[in-house]
Design a protein around this ligand. Structure first.
Ligand code: KIV
Ligand code: ZN
Length: 516
């Protein structure tokens, strides 16, 4: 069977989602899981965009062994240099260079004539080729480009040394039939096309990213690009897990195979959702909480008699298993460590100690601690000790009907100073947030607040996700606690702490040299 490469861009295009700001440590954790999932190529970031991203890509490149690690670059030398510095230590590396080819992008964005665009693309690929064996070139906005021009520029960049040609549907504009026809056209009109792999990259503005990607596979592309859970700018990218499961279930139609370990699907989706704060809709195909729930009596009856009456995907196939009770309050650190390892959690000694303490604290409040609880605790930034800038010491809230909610909070700074304040609010969450803003003496406004529970039951952990605007800078954070208000406070502080990390990183240039 023909093999299709899976190119994951969760850590680059996915991270461009509004309000997502991953710490380098979190990007590394996702990269490790993506490797377990079996992606052939992972686009770890855009190293020239910030020193934080440069560092994240570098750490990923030094850790990942099986997947190829690539970085994104505009068609400028300094971007390609930054990718080279970031990924040079990878076992398998590469660069992804792009340039827009549609009339609207060339005229208004690039302000270049088509001839100049061809020259710039060729120069960028030739330059990249000096450092890399693997050069992927993308014609940004390919689906709104003139097909003869596209064929012409692709021929030139292949001559310049590109190994993979990507045809992005940058604005999610194309349709399955049209995209398949474009791919066939390129195959038939680019004489040297046999020298490269062809790749498809779809966005979901019209809700067709997965269908368009599948049409591209039927049209013979060698590589499919997308993100886990379909996260990405605007309506997002094609959901890789949906494409991969469709290829498996409808092997009879697509007749291709991938390197993906399907059993890692749910774990990968959960990790990306928790770390990015992008909650997966309940009814989402493959990974939504209701994807395998049967509600109506007729369906339940059918499934009980024979699962395949109403279920085309076997939940075990994508790694969904019952949320069994794993440990209780009498469990010791040894059993806990062993269980974490079985769950595939990567813990340093320090993290292991912190996670065990968080687990013990939880067993006081919650009788049954499940795998999902442990997984949620692991996602808490404080367990990993990632953001030491501000730490909540104490939280006290008085709340009741007909009284004004009042909060008192003590926060410890990195220097050991304890800051304490009280404030009121219209509701208890607002009083918590007003108190934190007062302590930090910052103008902070709340842009988004979401809450969900980790498991079922009244003693479940609360997971809060917030997006804030702190003096013009947008940041997101999450907090996981048994108590809803404590989780809310932690999420707010987490968002502020992520900004202080960002500020620290922006003091460096892309090459890692301090500039100010
Ligand atoms: O959608 C797009 O065009 C991109 C390019 C950078 C490849 O993500
Ligand atoms: Zn894209």
């Amino acid at each position: 069977m023909r093999k299709v490469d899976i190119f994951d861009t969760t850590l680059r295009d996915g991270e461009q989602s509004a309000g997502v700001n991953l710490h380098p440590h979190e990007k590394l954790e996702i990269a490790i899981q993506l490797e377990k999932y079996g992606v052939d190529v992972m686009e770890a970031g855009f190293p020239a965009s910030s020193y934080g991203d440069f560092q994240a890509v570098q750490q990923i490149a030094r850790t990942i062994k099986k997947s190829r690690v690539v970085g994104l670059a505009r068609s400028v030398k300094s971007d390609i240099d930054a990718v080279y510095e970031a990924v040079k230590d990878a076992k398998k590396n590469g660069v992804h260079v792009f340039l827009a080819t549609s009339p609207i992008h060339m005229e208004y964005k690039l302000k270049k004539k088509p001839k100049e665009v061809v020259e710039a693309a060729v120069q960028a690929v030739e330059y990249a080729k000096q450092y890399f064996d693997h050069v992927q070139w993308s014609a940004e906005d390919a689906t709104r480009s003139e097909w003869p021009f596209l064929a012409h520029i692709i021929e030139k960049v292949i001559d310049a040394g590109a190994n993979v040609i990507n045809l992005p549907d940058t604005v999610g504009y194309t349709t399955p039939l049209e995209y398949a026809q474009l791919i066939t056209y390129i195959r038939e009109h680019v004489p040297n096309i046999h020298k490269v792999k062809l790749s498809a990259h779809c966005h979901d503005d019209l809700g067709m990213a997965v269908s368009n990607s599948l049409a591209a596979i039927q049209s013979g592309v060698d590589q499919i690009e997308g993100t886990i859970n379909g996260i990405g700018e605007r309506a997002g990218n094609a959901s890789l897990e949906e494409i991969i499961v469709a290829l498996q279930i409808r092997k009879d139609v697509y007749e291709v195979e991938t390197n993906i370990d399907l059993k890692q699907t749910v774990r990968t989706s959960n990790l990306v959702s928790k770390l990015t704060g992008m909650i997966v809709p309940q009814n989402k195909a493959v990974v939504g909480a209701n994807a395998f729930a049967h509600e109506s009596g007729i369906h339940q009856d059918g499934v009980l008699k024979n699962k395949s009456t109403y279920e085309v995907i076997n939940p075990e196939m994508v790694g969904l298993h019952s949320n069994k009770m794993v440990l209780g309050k009498h469990s010791g650190s040894h059993a806990f460590k062993q269980r974490c390892e079985e769950l595939g959690l990567f813990l340093s000694e320090e993290e292991g100690k912190k996670l065990f303490k968080a687990f013990k604290d939880l067993t006081v409040k919650k009788k049954e601690v499940t795998e999902d609880d442990i997984f949620a605790l692991m996602m808490d930034s404080s367990v990993k000790g990632l953001f030491p800038h501000y730490r909540m010491e104490t939280l006290q809230i008085s709340y009741g009907s007909n009284i004004i909610p009042t909060t008192t909070i003590a926060i410890k700074t990195e220097d050991g100073e304890v800051l304490q304040e009280s404030a009121t609010g219209k509701g208890s969450v607002e009083s918590v947030y007003n108190t934190i803003s007062r302590i930090l003496q910052k103008e902070i406004s709340l842009l988004d607040y979401r809450i969900q529970s980790t498991t079922n039951g009244s003693d479940a952990l609360a997971e809060v996700y917030v997006k804030i605007n702190c003096e013009g800078e947008v940041s997101s954070g999450r907090g996981i606690e048994h108590d809803v208000l404590e989780a809310s406070a932690k999420a707010y502080l987490d968002a502020v702490n992520r900004l202080s990390i960002k500020e620290k990183f922006s003091r460096y240039s892309a090459k890692g040299v301090e500039v100010g």
